[in-house]
Design a protein around this ligand. Structure first.
Ligand SMILES: [Zn+2]
Length: 167
């Protein structure tokens, strides 16, 4: 009898609610997998990055969140995600810190993955790694501590659609 009740109750839940719960669980698992407690702020921030595939500044991210997070708490959530290797932080040519989700986790100093950012749609993509021999070669100049490389331009999609170029 009790079992029957559970079945009939679950059937009334709309499909979208199930999907949302699954999506939320995946975000929580990503955070737990990176040894971060899945706090509401971290979940909300990571959710935007997983949905958008774009580089986002602190200010832009604040406008895109489902609910309001104060500046300091948002900054703290971003830094936690960067330190855990889930987000990457790059400074663009305007001197603004841009954050994006990185699929490759951890700080691997043996390889260098440059990124390309479209100045128009702000989409960011990982470019092929530079060869290991390059990293070995430049190690002769000193110990590399920051190996973030950002190339900027206009993506092919934006170039094709003839979107106005922002420089
Ligand atoms: Zn573009």
């Amino acid at each position: 009898m009790l079992h029957y009740w559970f079945v009939s109750l679950s059937l009334r839940i709309p499909t979208s609610a199930w999907l949302t719960t699954t999506h939320m669980d995946q975000i929580k698992q990503i955070l737990i997998g990176s040894k971060l407690r899945p706090t509401p702020n971290r979940i909300a921030v990571l959710e935007v990055f997983l949905k958008e595939h774009k580089s986002l500044s602190h200010g832009r991210l604040q406008c895109m969140l489902q609910y309001e997070i104060d500046r300091v708490s948002l900054y703290r959530a971003l830094i936690d995600l960067v330190n855990a290797g889930l987000l990457s932080r790059l400074i663009d040519s305007d001197g603004v810190a841009q954050f994006h989700y990185c699929k490759m986790q951890g700080n691997n100093h043996d390889t260098l993955t440059p990124h390309f950012k479209c100045k128009n749609c702000e989409e960011i993509a990982a470019l092929p790694d530079l060869p290991k021999t390059y990293m070995q070669h430049i190690s002769a100049f000193g110990h590399i501590q920051n190996s973030r490389l950002l190339l900027e331009g206009i993506c092919l999609e934006c170039a094709k659609s003839g979107s106005p170029v922002k420089w």
